[in-house]
Design a protein around this ligand. Structure first.
Ligand SMILES: Nc1ncnc2c1ncn2[C@@H]1O[C@H](COP(=O)(O)OP(=O)(O)OP(=O)(O)O)[C@@H](O)[C@H]1O
Length: 291
């Protein structure tokens, strides 16, 4: 990795739901993706090592160790307050925006600790995009919403073509191609969320983090988002927090189960977690005995 490429003069958003960060080639270009890789089909793209997070005195994550494979869907499940969102927000350093938050341990992205002093969080967030619970399009046209990240990066050649490609990847193009200049806010909730996904993927990040992306949507819109997430994993690594265990079972390859106290209790293939988990506490949780 070139440390120079990690410095940025851009201003970081401090909104609760900041603008999604467009992709860039800057963060990991000089990292050999195969360096240290084991000769298996799965390559680890994200790894937490003894990762703990505190908000003031309160511990929200407790010594999490996990290796998340590339180009798969990893679901993060667990009862309310167990640290799911905190974990997700560690991955692209969104917790930096919370004054009280303190992170210990390591979070490696392609082998580089994102908490190293030389990592620019803005550059990081270009490689690791985020989609939030409530659709949050900008009050701009559909075209400008998707083009936003491209323009910020100076990728402004063939913008229209790139916008259409992102909308197509987000399974939205067919529905909006005659209204690209209409406001993104005029779309339905499900369409707005797919617009936000198009905005996140337009700059071609490596990882897309999703924090309950379908929880505000009706069943039909949810089903479209779920289909889309499975398709996206052909090209991107997706890490999704969901309260919906059926959704995790339907769309994810791997599932991480966090339980109270911010402990990652089990991480395995989704089928294994739902059919034959190792831990009684996980079984109790997924069979609805608590949580
Ligand atoms: N900004 C914050 N300041 C202080 N404490 C926080 C903050 N964000 C989260 N916490 C605390 O950290 C713990 C983990 O919260 P987090 O939102 O990560 O859990 P979660 O599993 O995503 O919860 P939910 O499913 O309800 O969204 C909780 O006890 C929460 O109150």
């Amino acid at each position: 990795m070139s440390n120079d490429q990690l410095t940025s003069t851009e201003t970081e958003s401090t909104d609760d739901q900041p603008a999604p960060t467009p992709g860039t080639d800057s963060l990991t270009d000089s990292v050999d993706p195969d360096e240290g890789a084991t000769p298996t089909a799965e390559r680890t793209i994200l790894e937490a090592r003894d990762l703990s997070v505190y908000y003031g005195e309160e511990q929200a994550l407790d010594g999490v160790d996990i290796e998340i494979p590339e180009k798969q869907v990893t679901a993060v499940i667990g009862p309310s307050g167990c640290g799911k969102s905190t974990f997700l927000r560690c991955i692209n350093r969104m917790n930096d925006l919370v004054d009280a938050a303190r992170v210990e341990g390591e979070l490696l992205f392609d082998g580089k600790n994102v908490y190293d002093e030389d990592v620019d969080p803005v550059a990081l967030r270009r490689k690791i995009g985020m989609v939030f619970q409530s659709p949050n399009p900008f009050p701009k046209s559909i075209r400008d919403n998707v083009a936003y990240g491209l323009k910020v990066q100076g990728k402004d050649e063939n913008v229209d073509e790139q916008v259409r490609k992102a909308l197509e990847r987000a399974a939205l193009l067919e529905e909006v191609e005659d209204q690209l200049d209409s406001s993104g806010l005029d779309l339905s909730g499900g369409q707005q969320q797919r617009l936000c996904i198009a905005r996140a993927i337009a700059p071609d990040p490596d990882v897309i983090l999703m924090d309950e992306p379908a929880s505000a949507l009706d069943p039909v819109a949810t089903s479209k988002i779920e289909d889309l997430i499975e398709d996206l994993a052909e090209e991107y690594t997706v890490v999704i927090v969901t309260h919906n265990m059926q959704q995790a079972a339907r769309i994810s390859d791997k599932t991480a189960v966090f339980l109270t106290g911010g402990e990652l209790v089990e991480f395995d293939d989704t089928d294994k977690i739902f059919e034959n988990p190792e831990h009684d506490r996980v079984e109790d949780y997924i069979t609805g005995k608590f949580g």
